[in-house]
Design a binder for this molecule. Structure first.
Ligand code: PEP
Ligand code: MN
Length: 329
């Protein structure tokens, strides 16, 4: 962001105010006055807010990599159209978070039906299940295929829930849009720009997971790809980043996720299952997510975790998952 001051007289006042607002800045001479280059990236205020606070001093020009993201209002929310599952609204500081739960990978419609029945009774609003699985090894289970989108959605709707699953590549988008209520972009695809662009052309909500090695700025820029295509329905999901820790699967970056929600106003869902990979930690992390005002929580569960085709160690039994949700609702 640039602040043009037509005379040098107001420079001390401008510098004092910028320091007070915690904004890093550099000063350069400009015609008879000065120009201040202001770094807004580390500010909790949106560029619009900063413009409001500074414009009495001179001309303020926004220079941003994420202009659409920067222009979202403070009370921004992402709504799913009212269907069999009723209206669903993702927003910060909800009374109760939106619960997203289900298996890591879809396996059989019978298992999913059993899962849906239990979760619906516990107040889960969104049924998850990977039809296509991004696996580290090509020899691991790769998913049931795109046909899974259809039966996931059918079963979810049968039990009054919305359906969410991942699109792995551009080839999946058409069918994902046709069947799913929310399309997930997995952590490994956060910077698959061709996929993000295509998802930006639709109007279904997109849950954008953070890549384990992505900075907050890179995550925000990935969201901007979807917004720039015209699709404003972006929900972020923090699923842990690669840190120093070896005891846990990843490091759950609560502060980073809170920053994204405060700074950009996009709703953020916390996924403690993938972040920790540890069942005993799920309750504490879920309670923490609720206390911090996140829009939703995503949990993995399976009727018989030992039989689940992927992430069996972190999958809760259905009763465990329902108990956890009840305890934290
Ligand atoms: C998932 O949620 O199914 C998944 C694969 O998670 P992530 O992309 O966060 O690893
Ligand atoms: Mn998983």
């Amino acid at each position: 962001m640039l602040l043009f001051l037509s005379t040098k007289e107001r420079l001390p006042q401008a510098k004092e105010l910028l320091t007070e607002l915690g904004l890093k800045h550099s000063v350069y001479p400009y015609e008879n006055g000065s120009v201040l280059e202001i770094s807004t990236e580390t500010s909790i205020f949106s560029p619009q807010k900063i413009v409001e606070k500074l414009s009495f001093l001179g001309i303020v020009k926004i220079t941003s990599h994420t202009p659409i993201l920067d222009s979202l209002p403070e009370n921004y929310s992402v709504e799913l159209p009212a269907k069999a599952f009723g209206k669903l609204e993702f927003r910060k500081n909800p009374e109760t978070p939106i619960w997203i739960a289900g298996p890591c990978a879809l396996d059989t419609p019978e298992n999913l039906r059993q899962t849906a029945k239990a979760l619906a009774q516990a107040g889960v609003k969104l049924l998850r299940g990977g039809a296509l699985k991004p696996r580290t090894s090509p020899h691991d289970f790769q998913g049931v295929g795109r046909d899974g989108y259809r039966w996931l959605a059918d079963i979810a709707h049968e039990y009054g829930m919305a359906a969410i699953s991942e699109a792995l590549s551009e080839e999946d988008v058409e069918e994902a849009f046709e069947h799913l209520d929310i399309v997930q972009v997995g952590a490994r695809n956060m910077q698959n720009f061709a996929l993000l662009r295509l998802l930006g052309q639709g109007n279904k909500p997109i849950l954008l997971k953070r890549a384990p090695g992505a900075t907050l700025k890179e995550w925000a820029a990935a969201a901007e790809y979807i917004l720039a295509g015209g699709n404003k329905k972006v929900i972020l999901c923090e699923r842990g980043v690669r840190g120093l820790e070896e005891e846990l699967r990843y490091t759950l970056d609560f502060a980073g996720a809170a920053w994204m929600q405060l700074r950009y106003h996009l709703p953020v869902v916390i996924d403690p299952s993938h972040a920790t990979g540890s069942k005993p930690l799920l309750q504490a992390c879920t309670a923490g997510a609720n206390a911090m005002g996140f829009a939703g929580v995503m949990l993995e569960c399976h009727p018989r975790p030992v039989e689940s085709k992927s992430d069996s160690l972190q999958a809760l039994r259905l009763e465990e998952c329902c108990e956890l949700i009840k305890a934290c609702s």
